[in-house]
Write a protein that binds this ligand. Structure first.
Ligand code: NAD
Length: 383
């Protein structure tokens, strides 16, 4: 598979090592609108073909698939251009800035018949995959309660560089630069982690979002620091369970930690993922009586990168697809509305309420087309 890398920033550097390690993958060219980044990246990874615009790369055209590693705001236009050129697309998360854009990308990719996947990285966490299998096999019984958190601390620590001066952090803090804050950035990961692990979907959302004061006047250069950097959410799941999901960039002492706890009638699981390790613990069977938790060994799983390459090779779409990421985008959109309106919103489709008119002559009722007088009324919150 001939792969084009679009956007050569920090995530592209991480991605390329995964792709290069897969047999049959050749990185044939790179694109970046910033010539300095492009040169540094292409020199470092030995890529000869370089383009300063995606249009130029598409005009050249000698690639099968592209990895879109541009900032969030660019995903929509760049992915659509790649799809229009008939290329398979592996897009970074979040798929888009909003649900409407995400669905446009989904429809375009599905109509073109190209493989479309979104890099929800934590699908690569083996304990998550194993936990989902256990839930699906009924080992926990009915799921009643879920707790999920994604904790980062780059606003208080310099371990990942200085957000005050580095553009790769500054665009993440600014809505006018296309960021939905921590909600769009890693919220999408933890929403996927929670729903995928519990093997269900989110169908109700109540959220609180907050952007804290970080700089005089709330801005640094052209960056208004108005994107949320902490959120809490209570959610309802399609399987009837309740859940709490939260994430923060102010979680002092946690560089990058995801935790998911799934509580069922017959057992519970806890997944922890940190930069150094991940683990699965369970409290099951007789252990419920003593609240004893044990480590569970899990086998390795293929990464999203490997699965994308396999999907292109076989022509068979694999998860996580654009459509799935668009569904998650809808949760994010509703969370933003929920914060503004301070009320719970639903992802369920509107219910059609049928009002039959009062008719004077009963016999007439049967003869009339009731549908002619249908009144439909949506209930709450779909965007
Ligand atoms: N899956 C994950 O775990 C994960 C982790 C980190 C980042 N990301 C995602 O990866 C994407 C990139 O993040 P990053 O941290 O690498 O950002 P970054 O700012 O370091 O890099 C983005 C690069 O894209 C380039 N660019 C901008 N517009 C472009 C265009 N139209 N065409 C080509 N190049 C363009 C920029 O010049 C920059 O070099 C974001 O969407 C982010 O959310 C995902």
């Amino acid at each position: 598979m001939r792969l084009l890398v679009v956007g050569t920033g920090s995530m592209a550097k991480s991605q390329i090592n995964h792709f290069k390690a897969i047999e049959g993958v050749e990185i044939v060219a790179a694109v970046d609108t910033d010539p300095i980044r492009l040169t540094e990246f292409a020199d470092h990874f030995g890529i000869e073909r370089r383009f300063l615009s995606l249009d130029a790369a598409i005009a050249w055209g000698e690639f099968d698939a592209a990895s879109n590693v541009t900032p969030d705001r660019m995903h929509h236009a760049t992915s659509l251009a790649l799809i229009a050129a008939g290329k398979h697309v592996f897009c970074e998360k979040p798929l888009a800035e909003n649900y409407a854009d995400a669905m446009e990308m989904t429809h375009a990719a599905e109509a073109a018949g190209v493989v479309n996947m979104v890099n929800l990285t934590y699908r690569n966490v083996a304990p998550l995959q194993f936990a989902r299998e256990m839930v699906l096999a009924g080992e926990l019984g009915a799921i009643r309660h879920v707790e999920a958190s994604y904790l980062q601390s780059w606003l208080v620590s310099r371990a990942w560089g200085d957000w005050r001066s580095e553009t790769r952090w500054l665009w993440r803090l600014s809505t006018s630069h296309g960021s939905n804050g921590v909600l769009g950035d890693v919220g999408i990961h933890i929403l996927d982690f929670a729903a995928y692990g519990a093997a269900t979907d989110i169908d109700h959302v109540f959220a609180r979002l907050k952007a804290f004061d970080k700089a005089p006047g709330g801005r640094i250069g052209p960056y208004m620091l108005d994107a949320n950097d902490s959120f809490t959410m209570s959610v309802g799941f399609a399987n009837g369970a309740l859940g709490v999901v939260h994430a923060s960039r102010w979680a002092t002492g946690h560089l990058n930690e995801l935790k998911l706890r799934i509580y069922g009638e017959r057992g519970s699981l806890e997944i922890t993922h940190r930069p150094t390790d991940s683990e699965l613990r369970g409290c099951l069977g007789e252990d419920i009586e003593t609240a004893t938790w044990r480590n569970i060994e899990v086998p390795a799983v293929p990464t999203n990168y490997e699965r994308f390459v396999e999907a292109v090779r076989t022509g068979k779409q694999l998860d996580p697809s654009f459509r799935h990421a668009a569904d998650l985008q809808k949760v994010i959109d509703l969370a933003i509305v929920s914060e503004k309106e301070r009320r719970e919103l639903t992802l369920l489709p509107p219910v059609e309420i049928v009002t039959v008119p009062d008719l004077p002559v009963p016999e007439l009722r049967n003869e009339l087309q009731v549908t002619a007088d249908l009144e439909t009324r949506p209930i709450a919150g779909e965007c």
